[in-house]
Design a protein around this ligand. Structure first.
Ligand SMILES: *Cc1c(COP(=O)(O)O)cnc(C)c1O
Length: 390
């Protein structure tokens, strides 16, 4: 057992053709702001079924740009689920808006129309008269939120959706009779993605924003590069800045890697689906645990394989389980510590009572899931988990 390789909870798959694509980009004329940026954007837009995709330096920059493009600022409110990575909430603070945390369904970890309605009611009491401008559903683990339900409620409050979708590249959803892909942005103003190494495709650091609105895409491109605009009929050196933007560009070197990785998305997706199916089979019937729930409309490519474990009933702490797993060469992780509990937010907004988020956090544990895993690795993880809970 000791010489078996360690299985992290997630990792990238980089092959020789990815390396060759980067090498070629390194020999090209443009290391940044070159043709590979547009090529990656076009291929990504096509892959998710959106008319526009704007590449940027990481998923956090994508979220920040989305707030800037919507003009969210001081005096405004944004609603984020408490079960997510920090950046989903932080992006509102970058632009001076206040965050109202929504609770989540304790079995799926997702924001729902019910938890959004409750957050909207709480927002009106905590910040009377302030407009809710954006609602940021997170497709946690790759499971898709009830986008039509959330979009209706958001619209009723005068807000739009910004999907934080780094977990859900490749996921699909069926509402009514319509099947669509996450990132097509039919229900939202924008959807954001990350290419951090644990995400479905990797560029090291990298991000993307998709939208159906050409003006929004144009604005995102301007804000991504200092707010600079080159007037069409001006002097050849002329650029103008109407508002300060950022340097959130993704270099050609990384776009080359992204293009190469994107070609493998179908293969990555089917491998993740197969591994998830094997986990479901092997975990079925084990005591004190269940796979996190999948909504009926969601057809996920899972980014995280999360089990919900009743540690109390099992008579063992999560820490002990995670240490026992690690001793068997099996990585695990907790997604996530409720963001409303972070000292910064607790100091700012006081202690909140979000029972769904607390219940999720008390039970969740993510197990290894990435395309290079073998079927026997799943068996090894499940055996180690059974042993750790015994
Ligand atoms: C990874 C992630 C981000 C941030 O992406 P980075 O590229 O690491 O900046 C934001 N939100 C969620 C839900 C994520 O998983």
């Amino acid at each position: 057992m000791g010489d078996l390789p360690f299985l992290p909870y997630g990792r990238q798959s980089i092959d020789d053709d990815d390396i060759a694509a980067v090498t070629e980009a390194l020999k090209a004329d443009y290391l940044t702001t070159g043709p590979r940026v547009e090529a990656f954007e076009a291929a990504f837009a096509e892959a998710v079924g959106a008319p526009h995709a704007v590449a940027c330096s990481n998923g956090t920059a994508a979220l920040h740009l989305s707030m800037l493009a919507l003009g969210v600022g001081e005096g405004d409110l944004a609603i984020a689920p408490s079960i997510t990575f920090l950046a989903t909430a932080n992006c509102a603070r970058y632009v001076g808006a206040e965050v109202v945390f929504a609770d989540v369904d304790p079995l799926s970890g997702l924001m729902t129309p019910q938890t959004l309605a409750e957050a909207l009611a709480r927002a009106a009491i905590a910040f009377p008269g302030r407009p809710v401008r954006a609602v940021l559903p997170v497709h946690l683990r790759g499971e898709v939120c009830d986008l039509p339900g959330l979009a209706d409620l958001a619209a009723g409050a005068g807000a739009v959706l910004v999907e934080d979708a780094p977990h859900a590249l490749g996921s699909a959803m069926t509402f009514g009779n319509v099947t669509e892909r996450v990132g097509d942005a039919r229900h939202s103003a924008m959807a954001t993605f990350s290419f951090h190494p644990v995400k479905t495709i990797a560029t090291g650091e990298g991000g993307m924003i998709t939208t159906r609105d050409a003006a929004t895409a144009q604005r995102l491109r301007t804000l991504r590069s200092h707010g600079m605009v080159r007037p069409e009929a001006g002097d050849p050196w002329l650029y103008e800045m109407a508002e300060p933007g950022f340097n959130y560009r993704l270099p050609d070197i990384l776009c080359a890697l992204g293009l190469s990785q994107l070609k493998k998305l179908p293969a990555f997706a089917s491998r993740r689906r197969a591994l998830a199916a094997r986990y479901a089979e092997r975990l079925a019937g084990l005591p004190h645990m269940a796979l996190a729930a999948s909504p009926a409309w969601s057809d996920p490519v899972l980014h995280l394989l999360t089990v919900l474990i009743d540690f109390e009933a099992a008579g063992v702490s999560r820490r002990a389980v995670s240490e026992r797993l690690a001793a068997k060469g099996v990585g695990s992780q907790v997604h996530y510590i409720p963001v409303h509990r972070q000292p910064y937010y607790r100091d700012r907004y006081g202690a909140l009572d979000l029972p769904g988020a607390e219940a999720w956090y008390a039970r969740c544990l993510s197990l290894p899931l990435y395309p290079a895993m073998a079927d026997t690795d799943v068996d090894r993880v499940v055996e180690a988990l059974e042993g750790a809970l015994r």
